[in-house]
Design a protein around this ligand. Structure first.
Ligand SMILES: Cc1cc2nc3c(=O)[nH]c(=O)nc-3n(C[C@H](O)[C@H](O)[C@H](O)COP(=O)(O)OP(=O)(O)OC[C@H]3O[C@@H](n4cnc5c(N)ncnc54)[C@H](O)[C@@H]3O)c2cc1C
Length: 461
C-alpha cells in the first residue's frame, strides 16, 4: 500500500505530528510512523523514570497543543498531582502524558485516519517513478508514502572523543553514549568520574549517579566551564526586547545587555525575546548567524536553557561541598592509569597542563546539532541529492514552511522536516513550545496537500 503520510522518527516531534494529523486528516487517510525507539514518542528526553530528571520548561508551556495551553497541567491534575502552571514536572510524567494523549486520539477507530506504527530504522529513501517516496527499513523491507516528514531529532549516536587524544588502553573506561544508562550500574560507590561537557546532559548524569548511591568525586571539564543557570522560583513576566534595526549580532546582544543594565530582570529579557527568536534568526545573514554560533552560543545556552530551581539547588550543593568540580579547559589526552584513566587538560587562558584521575570518563558534550553525518538515512538522501545541509551544518535546508530543499534550493514535492533538523531555518526549534507550533502548521500543510491531490469525488464526500 502507499500511505498518505509517513513520519520518520519516534520522539516528541513524531508524536506531535501524529496527534495533529489525526485532527486534520479525513478518516480515509493513512499514516505510517517509522521509529526505531522502543519507548515510542518519548525519545531520549522523556523516557527517564528518575523524578529529578525534570522538564526545563514550566508545565503551562508543555501542552502538546499550542491552542490548548492547559492540556498538560490538566492531565497532571487528573493523575492526582498537585500541579501548578509554573511547576517543572518530571520528564517521565511528560512521556506518559504524550502516550496517553496519543492513545485517547487513537481510540475512536472508525472516525479517524488509519495509523500504523512501524518499529524499524529507515536506512535509505528513493523517489518513486510514479508518486511519492519509498523507504528501505532495516527489518521489514520497504514502505511507500506520498508525503514524508523527517523528524529524526539530533540523533543519539555515540559521541567519539578525538582518537589522537585517547590511549586505546583507557577505552574500556570511556562512555561515549551516556544515554545508554546501563553504564551507571558499573560505577562503584566511590569511583572518581570525569564528565566532558557542562550542560544539561551533565547535570542529568550527576544527579542520576547521586541517586544510585555514588559518593565519589566528579570532575566536569568543558571549554568555558559554564553551567546552566536556574529558572527563578518566582517567574518575572517576559519583557519585550528593545532591539535596534541593525542585524549585527554583537549590536543585538549589546542591546539586550543594556536593557538588563537599565534594571530589567535578565531572565525576563531572554523570555521576552523567545517569541521573536525565529524571526530574528531568519532576518540574520549567514555570516552573522555563524558569528553567533562561534562567539555567543555557550552563553546563550546557559541563559536560555535554564534548569528547574530544585535541580539547580541539588547540583549547586554538590559544587559547594566539593563533590563536583567544574574545570574550564581543553582536553589534551586521556591515558590509562591503574584500572582507570588520567585526564590531562590545558586550563583555559593558561599554558600549563593539569591532570586528574578518573575511574570513568563520560562524554556529555551532547549532539547540539542534528547535521547529516550521524544518520545513514540522511547520508543516503544527501548522496541522492534529495536533501542538502543548511549553510551552517545545523541540519538540512528547508524553506519557512518546513519543505525540504534539494541542493539547488528547490522544494522537494511531498518532503518535509520537523524539529532539530530544521534549526538552520528556525534556530529555536528543539524544544516542545516551538516544535508543537511547527507540528500543527505542518499537519495543516500536509492535510491541504492531500485534499488538493484527492480525486474530486473524494473531496465532495
Ligand atoms: C535530556 C533531554 C531533556 C530535555 N528536556 C526538555 C524539556 O524539559 N522541555 C523541552 O521543551 N525540551 C526538552 N528537550 C528537548 C527535546 O529534544 C525536545 O523536547 C523533543 O524531545 C525533541 O523530539 P524529537 O522527536 O524532535 O527528537 P528525539 O527525541 O531525538 O526523537 C527522534 C527519534 O527518531 C528516531 N530516529 C532517528 N532516525 C531514525 C530513522 N532513520 N529511522 C527511524 N527512527 C529514527 C530516534 O531513535 C529518536 O527516537 C530535552 C532534550 C533532552 C535530550
Amino acid at each position: 500500500m502507499t500511505y498518505d503520510v509517513a513520519i520518520v522518527g519516534s520522539g516528541f516531534s513524531a508524536i506531535a505530528l501524529t496527534i495533529n494529523l489525526l485532527r486534520f486528516l479525513p478518516s480515509s487517510a493513512s499514516i505510517a510512523v517509522i521509529g526505531d525507539d522502543p519507548g515510542f514518542g518519548r525519545g531520549t528526553a522523556y523516557r527517564t523514570e528518575f523524578y529529578l530528571h525534570r522538564l526545563n520548561v514550566p508545565a503551562a508551556r508543555m501542552s502538546v497543543f499550542p491552542d490548548r495551553p492547559d492540556d498538560f497541567v490538566e492531565w497532571l491534575r487528573r493523575q492526582g498531582r498537585a500541579a501548578f502552571a509554573e511547576d517543572f514536572a518530571s520528564r517521565g510524567d511528560y512521556g506518559l502524558y504524550l502516550r496517553d494523549t496519543l492513545a485517547s486520539l487513537l481510540r475512536p477507530r472508525e472516525r479517524r485516519a488509519r495509523v500504523d506504527f512501524v518499529k524499524a530504522k529507515a536506512t535509505a529513501c528513493v523517489q518513486c517513478e510514479s508518486d511519492g517516496l519509498v523507504f528501505c527499513l532495516d527489518n521489514t523491507g520497504e514502505l511507500k508514502a506520498r508525503n514524508v516528514i523527517l523528524a529524526l531529532g539530533v540523533g543519539n549516536a555515540d559521541l567519539p572523543l578525538p582518537k589522537d587524544r585517547v590511549d586505546e588502553a583507557a577505552r574500556p573506561r570511556i562512555i561515549e553514549n551516556p544515554w545508554r544508562l546501563g553504564w551507571l550500574s558499573r560505577v562503584g560507590r566511590t569511583d572518581e568520574i570525569c564528565i566532558f561537557g557542562s550542560g544539561l546532559t551533565m547535570i542529568d548524569q550527576v544527579l542520576s549517579l547521586r541517586a544510585q548511591g555514588h559518593r565519589g568525586r566528579i570532575h566536569v571539564l568543558s571549554r568555558r566551564g559554564l553551567v546552566p543557570h536556574p529558572h527563578s522560583a518566582r517567574r518575572a513576566a517576559p519583557v519585550p526586547p528593545e532591539l535596534p534595526e541593525s542585524r549585527e549580532i554583537s549590536t543585538l546582544l549589546r542591546a539586550l545587555r543594556r536593557q538588563v543594565d537599565k534594571g530589567a530582570d535578565w531572565r525576563a529579557v531572554i523570555d521576552g525575546l523567545r517569541p521573536q527568536t525565529q524571526a530574528l534568526w531568519q532576518s540574520l545573514g549567514t555570516e552573522q548567524r555563524g558569528r553567533f554560533l562561534r562567539h555567543a552560543l555557550a552563553w546563550w545556552n546557559i541563559h536560555r536553557h535554564r534548569i528547574a530551581p530544585e535541580v539547580f539547588t541539588r547540583f549547586d550543593a554538590l559544587m559547594k561541598d566539593g563533590t563536583v568540580t567544574v574545570h574550564a579547559g581543553y582536553l589534551r589526552s586521556i591515558e590509562k592509569e591503574g584500572s582507570g584513566a588520567s585526564v590531562h587538560y590545558r586550563r583555559r587562558g593558561r599554558q600549563d597542563i593539569a591532570a586528574f584521575h578518573a575511574d570513568w570518563v563520560v562524554n556529555c558534550t551532547g549532539m547540539e546539532r542534528a547535521g547529516i553525518g550521524h544518520s545513514p538515512l540522511l547520508t543516503a538522501m544527501r548522496d541522492r541529492r534529495m536533501i542538502a545541509m543548511d549553510d551552517l551544518g545545523l541540519g538540512i535546508s528547508v524553506d519557512p514552511q518546513s519543505r525540504v530543499l534539494d541542493p539547488q534550493g528547490r522544494p522537494q514535492p511531498g518532503l518535509f522536516a520537523a524539529g532539530a533538523l530544521t534549526a538552520g531555518q528556525f534556530w529555536e526549534i528543539t524544544a516542545v513550545p516551538d516544535i508543537r507550533v511547527q507540528a500543527k502548521a505542518l499537519a495543516e500543510t500536509v492535510a491541504a496537500e492531500i485534499a488538493r491531490r484527492a480525486p474530486p469525488y473524494a473531496r465532495i464526500a
